[in-house]
Ligand binder design. Sequence first.
Ligand code: UD1
Length: 432
Amino acid sequence: MKQYIIKGGTPLRGEVTIGGAKNAALGIIVAAIMANEPVTIENLPDVDDVHVLLDAIEGIGAIVERMDTHTVKINGALINNMSVDEDAIRKIRGSYYLVGALLGKYKKALVALPGGCQIGSRPIDQHIKGFEQLGAEVTIHHGKIDARAERLAGEHIYLDCPSVGATINIMMAACMAEGRTIIENPAKEPHIVDVANFLNSMGANIRGAGTDAIRIRGVESLHGSEYSIIPDQIEAGTYMLAVAATGGDVYIKNVIPKHLEAITAKLVEIGARVEEFDDCVHVVADHRLSYANVKTMPYPGFPTDMQPQMTTLLALSEGTSIVTETIFETRLKYVGELRRMGANITVEGNAAFITGVDGFSGAAVSAPDLRAGAALVMAGLAAEGFTSIDHIHYIERGYENFEEKIRGIGGNIDKIDAEDERAVRKFKMKVS
Ligand code: UD1
C-alpha cells in the first residue's frame, strides 16, 4: 500500500500552478457524450476520478482519445449502451451525471448509484425530483437508478436545497428537453457556470448559471466544441491554507481569484497576507495566525470542501475557533487523526471547537476521505518530525501530482510503499 511520508516544519516557498477543476471536469466529461460530434476538452486534471469517468464513457461506446495528459477528445456519436455499472463507477460521485446526460440525449439511463467520499448520507432525491418533473419515470432497483421517458418537456423546478449535483444533472437533461425549463434555488458554484458554458459551447441554450435562477431552452441536438476547464478552486484553496499553516510565502498561479474570495477573506481575517493578481494569488504568513469562526455554506459561502483544511489551520492558530459544518452531517470524522498529531479539538454535533496549539507533532495517520486526507498532508507539513499518511488513494482522486507540487514549493514529502523500510530510511536521510 502506498503512503505519504512527510518531514514537517519547513515553510512552503515559491510558486505552484493549479490544474483544471476536478468537479467541473466530471460534469463536462459526461456532458460531452451528449454531442454527436467530437468535443475537445483542455485543462483536464490528471486525477483518478477523471480516469474512472473516461473509462466509463468509453465502456458505453463513446470514443475517447487521450491527446495528452490534460487534453481529451470525446465523441459520443456511437454510444450504444445506456447501462453503466462498473465497480469503479460506484466509487465516484460524478457518475450520477450519466443519468442526466443519457436521459437528456437518449431518454433512458440505467446507472449504478453513486459513491464518493463517506461524509454523510448524500441523498439524490432532488436529482430524481427534477428528472420526474421533466417527464421521466425514475426507479431505483438493484443498486441502480433507472430513468426513462417517452419525451422530456421543460418545467419550473424548485430545488429544496442548492445541490451542486442536482443542478448540473437537471441542467443536462433539460438542455435536450422540449421547451423551457427554469431551475430555481440552484447551486451557484463556479463549476455550475463552467458546465453551463461548456453545454452552451455545444449549442445548448442555458442562461443564468451562477444566479438564483437558471433558464434553459431545450435544443434538439448538440454539436462539437473545444473547451478549456476552469482552474480548481479547492486545489488552490488547499495550497493557500498549507502555505499559511507552514508560515510560508507562495505564489499560487493559474487561479481565478474571485472564486477564492471566501477563503481569502478568512485568511486575511486571521492575519495572513493575500495579494490578488489577474490569475494568481500570493499568500504570506509571517507570524502566528489567530482564531476565527467558520461556517460552511453553498457558494459564495465558505466551501465544505475546504472545511478540513481550515479546521487544521485554525488548530495551529492562536485562540479558540469554532468550525460549523452545515452541508454534510459526518464531515468531521478526521478530527481524531488530527488529535493524534496534538490538535486540541472537540466535536459536538456538526461543530468543531478548536483551541489552538503551538504546533503539531508528526504521527502515523490515515486519510479518511479526499479533502480530510489533504488536510492531514497540510498538518504533516506543519508538524515537527515525521508523519506518515495511509489510504492516499483518496487524495489521488482529486489532487494532481500532489507530492511533486508540494516538493516544488519546498515541502519534504515522498510517496513510498508502506512496507518498504529502505525507502523510509532513504527519505529520512535525504531530509535530515
Ligand atoms: C458536490 C461536490 C462535492 C462538494 C459538494 C458541496 C462533485 C462531484 N462533488 O457534491 O465535492 O462537497 O458538491 O459543494 O461535484 N442533497 C439533498 N438531496 C439531493 C442532493 C443533495 O438533500 O438530491 C443535500 C446533500 O445531502 C448535502 C447538500 O444537499 O447536504 C449538498 O449536496 P450537493 O451539493 O448535491 O453535493 P454533491 O453534488 O454530492
